[in-house]
Design a protein around this ligand. Structure first.
Ligand code: MN
Length: 230
């Protein structure tokens, strides 16, 4: 029993770090919407006409590499979205794009899991996306590789296999808002803090999962993420 809080404080979610025994503590999770043109088109939007927009997931929605993700309640249409994840290591607001990468600790691979049916209803009614995007276990996320080891990936394959078959494949150079621009824009809206994660958007090919599916997400130069839907 601790003497400071009336309840036990929440555990800080964290991710393993390549080459480190210490972990990356997760603060907030920001997600960029429609950041690859082909994905914007498959969702019925014109990618040339939209500034970036953001939504969030709670930090405790993280599912670590190798752990199962439980198929969520109240949905019959849960989709995968493979994304490169930017791990922020240094705070800042109104960060200029040309120094934005100085704020990055490292990079990883994540899945922006989505209850597409609930998101679709929310869109139609003009309501928030939280029930579609920010549910329990909605953010499987793998090991973070420090910039000192992987540099700043700006091109290379981003790919999702489901049960060994390629379902999504793109290249980081297809990002509409690249990582420096995304950080610069996001930091005008929120003061970024160490521990923040940015899910940078998904390429085309999103689709539904079912129980038993093994998802393997990879980005060139980063650690592959594995999760099984149960
Ligand atoms: Mn997404």
């Amino acid at each position: 029993m601790n003497s400071h809080y009336v309840i036990d404080p929440p555990i800080i979610p964290s991710l393993p770090v390549t080459g480190e025994s210490r972990r990356f503590a997760v603060n907030r999770i920001f997600c960029v919407g429609r950041n690859y043109a082909e994905h914007a088109r498959e969702m019925g939007h014109d990618p040339d006409r939209e500034p970036p927009f953001f939504f969030m997931k709670p930090s405790n929605s993280i599912v670590s590499d190798g752990k199962n993700m439980t198929y969520p309640k109240l949905s019959n249409d849960v989709h995968y979205e493979i994304e490169m994840v930017v791990a922020i290591g240094k705070s800042g607001a109104d960060i200029p794009a040309d120094s934005a990468l100085d704020h990055v600790y490292g990079y990883g691979v994540g899945l922006d899991m989505t209850r597409r049916d609930l998101q679709g209803e929310a869109k139609k009614m003009g309501r928030p996306w939280d029930t579609g995007k920010a549910f329990d276990q909605s953010a499987p996320c793998g090991t973070i590789t420090p910039v000192t080891q992987c540099g700043h990936p700006s091109q290379g394959s981003i790919k999702l296999l489901v049960n060994g078959a390629v379902r999504q494949e793109g290249n980081l150079n297809q990002l509409i808002w690249n990582i420096p621009d995304t950080i610069a824009y996001l930091s005008t809206l929120f003061t970024l803090e160490p521990g923040d994660l940015i899910f940078s958007g998904t390429p085309a090919g999103v689709g539904p999962v079912k129980k038993g599916d093994l998802l393997e997400g990879s980005v060139d130069g980063l650690v592959t993420l594995h999760t099984t839907i149960v």
